[in-house]
Design a protein around this ligand. Structure first.
Ligand code: ATP
Ligand code: MG
Length: 438
């Protein structure tokens, strides 16, 4: 990069700045609170993993592994060996690796969640970024359909608590490996009869990953794909019963769903239940959450065979949807703004402000923009800042008050500007009256 060239963020990787960052924190707070009520525990895995983990975990013939991964060679170690690393494109593979490596399932199943950035080298556009963020849940070591229903109900409850309505839930079953095999053979035979309408990518994948061909976004292939053999018709009784049990629990909880026999999801690791939550308000980037059961992935990554189910949710898309529906998200504001007429009082002001903060009061201190020690700015400009800060009270540390061991507390909210004097020596007696919850 030339010396005078402007330094910018990487394309598709965004800064999250205030005031917008407050939306993120608010959202994450809702998520953490809900996870606690479902008894899901937080897991944090590294942002980078060995490339082989994703190739093996997600499947070689997937969009992510074929063209979206940020992979690189690490520097060589002293033996000249360099490791192949990848910035995680999704959360499940890393969580499974961690679970296996740390033998976390030794005493039974685990319910886990994560929040964090993922990396995919896609074409940046609204709702599609190169660094994006996911909330994810993984319930591991549980085989029953009630846990599929549980993770779906968790997501559905999150929509409710965020004030989001009109998200539709699509369900499908990918069955078990032998059922998929029978369907796959039928699918390949069908594709072989329809190569003339298939694009290059589809022809390349029709043998290596025929299911993925069904996921095409090419409009010219939709009719052909719609008429293709449906996996659903190849499901055995046990697979059908599993799906039915999930549906019964959703029905009993008033969660509407529709069966989409074409829903296959982007990773190879799924079996039985798969699902997506979709909104019509975000154009073609309308899938805000997707997941399913992956009973064979843990074994694939080298662990003792154990069933699992989970989902990943795109945080940018959910936040965009919240904006779209005009959701009111509280902006943080201090309880009080400290107005300081004279810089000479600063040491004493700090003492009081510090005690208030220790007592749980959020205090924003006035600070002059200029560098001079005495120039705190006029009272008028300080009050303007105090109003703009959103604080409910101004604390006025005037010289007269300070001399008497007092501070003036002025309400910034009621029009009269009611004010009273409070004692600096007895901060704990009045600190609570400043708190917004009080
Ligand atoms: P899509 O079909 O939109 O590419 P996907 O199937 O690749 O999605 P998943 O791997 O299932 O997506 O990831 C779960 C969720 O993460 C998606 O439903 C979406 O909300 C979000 N997501 C995926 N890729 C991106 C991205 N590049 N930018 C922002 N959000 C994303
Ligand atoms: Mg994708």
């Amino acid at each position: 990069m030339a010396k005078n060239e402007k330094l910018t963020a990487i394309k598709g990787m965004n800064d999250i700045l205030p005031p917008d960052s407050a939306r993120w924190e608010w959202f994450e707070g809702k998520v953490r609170d809900l996870m606690g009520r479902f008894a899901y525990r937080n897991i944090r895995t590294p942002l980078a993993e060995h490339t082989a983990l994703f190739v093996r975990g997600l499947g070689e013939v997937t969009d992510i592994v074929e063209k979206e991964m940020y992979s690189f060679e690490d520097r060589a170690d002293k033996h000249g060996q360099a490791e192949h690393l990848t910035l995680r494109p999704e959360g499940t593979a890393g969580v499974v690796r961690a679970i296996v490596e740390n033998n976390l399932l030794y005493d039974g199943g685990k319910r886990l969640f994560y929040i964090g950035p993922m990396f995919r080298r896609e074409k940046p556009q609204r709702g599609r970024y190169r660094q994006f963020h996911q909330v994810g849940v993984e319930a591991m070591g549980f085989a029953g359909p009630e846990v599929d229903a549980e993770v779906i109900l968790l997501a559905d409850q999150l929509w409710k608590e965020l004030g989001i309505a009109g998200v539709r839930l699509e369900l499908n079953s990918l069955g078990e490996p032998e059922e998929r095999k029978a369907h796959r053979d039928a699918l390949v035979a069908y594709f072989e009869q329809h190569t003339e309408v298939m694009d290059e990518e589809a022809r390349r994948r029709m043998y290596s990953n025929p299911l993925r061909v069904l996921d095409t976004k090419n409009p010219a292939m939709q009719d052909m794909v719609n008429a293709a053999p449906k996996l659903f018709d190849y499901l055995g009784d046990a697979s059908k019963a599993h799906l039915k049990a999930v549906q019964d629990i959703l029905d009993a909880n008033g969660v509407a769903w529709s069966l989409n026999p074409r829903l296959v999801r982007g990773m190879d690791y799924y079996n039985l239940t798969v699902f997506e939550f979709i909104t019509d308000k975000l154009g073609s980037q309308g899938t805000i959450c997707g997941g399913g059961r992956y009973d064979y992935l843990i074994e694939e990554i080298g662990g003792k065979p154990a069933p699992a189910v989970g989902w990943g949710m795109g945080m940018e898309r959910v936040l965009e949807l919240l904006k779209e529906i005009g959701a009111e998200i509280p902006q943080p504001a201090a309880d009080a703004y400290a107005v300081i007429p004279d810089a000479a009082a600063l040491p004493q002001v700090f003492q009081t402000v510090h005690r208030l903060r220790a007592a749980g009061v959020a205090v924003q201190m006035h600070a002059a923009a200029g560098g001079s020690a005495e120039g705190m700015g006029s009272m008028k400009s300080q009050f303007k800042k105090a109003d703009a800060s959103g604080a409910r009270f101004a604390l006025i540390f005037g010289a007269d008050e300070l001399a008497r061991g007092m501070v003036t507390v002025k309400s910034l909210r009621d029009g009269q500007g009611a004010q009273q004097q409070q004692s600096l020596a007895q901060v704990q007696d009045w600190a609570d009256t400043l708190k917004s919850a009080a």
